[in-house]
Design a protein around this ligand. Structure first.
Ligand SMILES: Nc1ncnc2c1ncn2[C@@H]1O[C@H](COP(=O)(O)OP(=O)(O)OP(=O)(O)O)[C@@H](O)[C@H]1O
Length: 476
């Protein structure tokens, strides 16, 4: 059989890969990668080969995954292929589903009852929080959390994936901390396994999973990591920060909002997409052009280059709201529309709700008319309990300092009181439609396809008024 059509043929012609893996089919692609299902020849283990066409994205993903090797809710990196002239290829554990599949199936009524059960929602939330907690305890900001980047194994384990935009916000030499075992253990008498590192119940065709992980994990030796870091440091565009020239820093999601043409055509040209050097001590400035629009925190939309892990917590708030309502919470069609949706629900951003917001690079460039009666989160989550709305409210705060941390939420009464999270083994996972062309977005829509190229397309009925300082938006 001919190999599948692909953006790049290099993976099929690389001997070092062909000698160890049999490539079976392409299962996905992103802005900078093609992902294949493959079989490890030595033991028949099914793996995902991720061929990354962007150097920096590959480096970031490898660096972050190495730091998170022992975290049960982060995808396992078995090994990687790295050479000067070729795309990096990451060998990852194969995870056939993602959370957007679960939400879509629940919305379609695939399981014959209304949406997701509360115990299921809670178990998904706990697994996501464990993964995010592990990242943040290791000072890693994921920067692109969304349902389609939360992959799910055949037996219900959820794992954070796609670390191509991740940043480690600490100086080299930092000793990473492990995961917190408390939340991976039994949380109810029937809950035999919540999530244990590595998977303790491998499915039949992945029988070598456990062993494979350990052995291959060891192959990611320290010297290898050091060599990679040194190489990275030698590159021209070594990032002491995220530079605009580097906007691949982004991904498709980011490009959907921040393409070069966008910026040329965008009347909000004063937007501070360009990071200024030296703002973020020791690390350089960060680009505000990260993540997928629907899940982007307000500080990013206002051009911050000094944000922290709290941007992930905002994304979590959007994901949790979507788990509860089965609808995206803020499906903005442009960055301005994104902000206007947030403000129409939460009210205006002001010093009162976020002291210091005036310092945001684009705060004065865009002003929104006074929203007298914000819709409120409860209207977006009809039929959900006060505790559920409160949980989401703890994440969706304008002021990043007020957002609850992943660890705090793991101890939240909503997740620790009845009905308890169901065991992982009771989670329902949709059957995968293998016949869908992965190049075409699904009928429900693709997060990578969420925006038009220009901030003015699809701007709807909102009134946009040019002012001396920039633009003003009035809600009709
Ligand atoms: N470990 C895996 N197992 C199975 N499928 C995977 C795995 N990793 C990625 N995929 C599939 O490949 C697709 C692209 O992967 P990924 O999102 O990591 O790449 P990307 O180039 O960083 O994408 P994006 O443009 O969304 O940032 C995913 O949506 C998923 O369908």
């Amino acid at each position: 059989m001919d190999p599948p059509r692909s953006k790049s043929w290099s993976i099929h012609t690389r001997r070092e890969i062909a000698s160890k893996y049999q490539i079976l089919e392409r299962v996905g692609s992103g802005a900078y990668s093609d992902v294949y299902r493959a079989r490890r020849i030595s033991d028949n283990l099914t793996v995902a080969l991720k061929e990354v066409h962007d150097y920096q994205s590959a480096f970031r993903e490898i660096e972050a995954l190495q730091a998170l090797q022992n975290c049960p809710n982060v995808v396992v990196l078995y090994e990687y292929f790295w050479s000067e002239d070729e795309d990096a290829v990451l060998v990852l554990e194969y995870l056939p589903n993602d959370l957007s599949d679960v939400i879509r199936a629940a919305k379609k009524g695939e399981w014959k009852d209304e949406g997701l059960r509360i115990g299921e929602i809670k178990r998904w939330m706990v697994q996501i929080l464990c993964g995010v907690d592990a990242c943040h305890r290791n000072s890693i900001v994921h920067r692109d959390l969304k349902p389609s980047n939360l992959l799910i194994s055949a037996n219900g384990l959820l794992k954070l994936a796609d670390f191509g935009q991740a940043r480690i916000l600490l100086a080299p030499g930092y000793v990473a901390v492990g995961y917190n075992p408390q939340f991976y253990e039994q949380s109810s008498p029937n809950d035999a396994i919540v999530a244990n590192p590595p998977e303790t119940n491998p499915v039949a065709d992945n029988a070598a999973d456990h062993e494979g992980q350990v052995i291959q994990g060891e192959s990611l030796r320290k010297e290898e990591g050091r060599r990679l870091s040194e190489e990275h440091r030698e590159r021209d565009f070594l990032d002491e920060g995220d530079k605009e020239s580097n906007i691949p820093d982004g991904d498709v999601s980011c490009l959907a909002t921040c393409t070069a043409s966008d910026m040329e055509e965008d009347p909000f040209k004063n937007y501070s997409y360009e990071a200024e050097e030296g703002e973020n001590e020791g690390l350089g400035p960060l680009t505000s052009c990260v993540g997928t629009r629907w899940f982007r925190a307000p500080e990013l939309l206002y051009g911050s280059t000094t944000y922290g892990p709290e941007i992930d917590l905002w994304s979590l708030g959007c994901i949790f709201a979507e788990l509860l309502s089965l609808e995206p919470l803020f499906p903005g069609t442009s960055d301005i529309d994104q902000l206007s949706r947030i403000i129409s629900v939460m009210g205006n951003l002001s010093e009162e709700v976020w002291p210091g917001c005036l310092e945001l690079p684009d705060y004065k460039t865009i002003s929104f008319g006074k929203v007298e009666n914000p819709i409120g989160l409860d209207s977006c989550l009809p039929n959900r309990s006060a505790d559920e709305i409160l949980l989401v409210n703890k994440l969706l705060c304008f002021d990043p300092a007020n957002r609850a941390t992943a660890m705090e939420l793991l101890q939240d009464k909503y997740l620790t009181e009845d009905p308890l999270p169901v065991p992982v083994s009771e989670l329902r996972i949709p059957s995968k439609h293998s016949d869908q062309d992965e190049d075409s977005p699904g009928e429900w829509g693709d997060y990578r396809d969420v925006g038009s190229d220009s901030d003015f397309d699809d701007f709807g009925s909102t009134n946009l008024i040019k002012t001396n300082d920039g633009f003003s938006i009035r809600f009709s």
